[in-house]
Design a protein around this ligand. Structure first.
Ligand code: SF4
Length: 239
């Protein structure tokens, strides 16, 4: 089910960049957003602490929410202040977060992030960090080794309230199946293509609803197409 046929319209978009053909993809996303709002409601969005969002998102890579939360709680208990975490060695952090996998890589990214804060702001809880220009903050976050597009966009969307659309593994799969992006599009490419196709101001809500939809209906191994609100137009529908 992962693969779908690339529609001729989408080929044209990708290879010629014709704006009028993008309309199909925009309409699909608009409809998906409306249907998911009817199905799940509009998620409540609260601005969350920048450091907490960053640390949780780093820990969330390739694991589930439960293990991420357990790793985060262990981290907070062992290093109650960010200054304690800053002083800790990678090995000490690995030991604490090993429950969520990829521990060495995540521990190193945490260290890189704290070093970036210290270097750029001279402190670990900089005031006004979210006041910075969106693109320059995005570039800065992406310059931290180990911080990818999804993590940087999650932080901007949920800590700074910016209209940013992070593409996680569920969203990536669903958008490919729906024909919004090509079946062979990487997540990196999805991050470039999708923002131009979205209605303004819907990114965070659509992101959350698509993740829920991917977990509950358009599941990786066995999508529940018979219960899907998009079955009438999804090119990957399977009875
Ligand atoms: S019909 Fe729905 S559940 Fe099935 S592949 Fe398409 S989006 Fe996923």
């Amino acid at each position: 089910m992962e693969e779908l046929q690339q529609t001729p319209a989408l080929s044209v978009i990708l290879f010629t960049g014709m704006q009028d053909v993008n309309t199909d993809q925009r309409e699909i996303l608009k409809r998906v957003h409306e249907e998911l709002k009817s199905l799940y409601g509009t998620p409540r969005l609260h601005r969350r602490d920048f450091n907490e969002v960053m640390l949780r998102t780093i820990l969330s890579q390739n694991t589930n929410d439960d293990l991420r939360d357990r790793a985060y709680l262990r981290l907070k208990r062992r290093f109650p202040r960010l200054e304690d975490l800053e002083k800790a060695s990678v090995e000490e952090i690995v030991e604490v977060i090993s429950v969520c996998g990829l521990a060495r890589q995540k521990a190193q990214t945490i260290k890189n992030y704290l070093a970036w804060l210290r270097r750029k702001y001279g402190r670990l809880r900089p005031r006004g960090i979210c006041d910075e220009n969106t693109q320059s903050l995005l570039s800065e976050l992406l310059s931290i080794k180990g911080v990818g597009e999804k993590t940087a966009r999650v932080v901007l969307a949920f800590a700074c309230g910016r209209d940013m659309f992070p593409v996680d593994t569920h969203i990536h799969r669903v958008l490919k199946r729906l024909g919004v992006i090509p079946s062979n599009a990487s997540r990196e490419l999805a991050h470039k293509l999708v923002p131009d196709l979205l209605p303004e101001g819907v990114s965070a809500a659509l992101h959350l609803n698509l993740i829920r939809f991917g977990r509950e209906i358009c599941q990786s191994r066995k999508p529940r197409c018979a219960s899907c609100p998009f079955s009438s137009f999804c090119p990957s529908f399977s009875a």
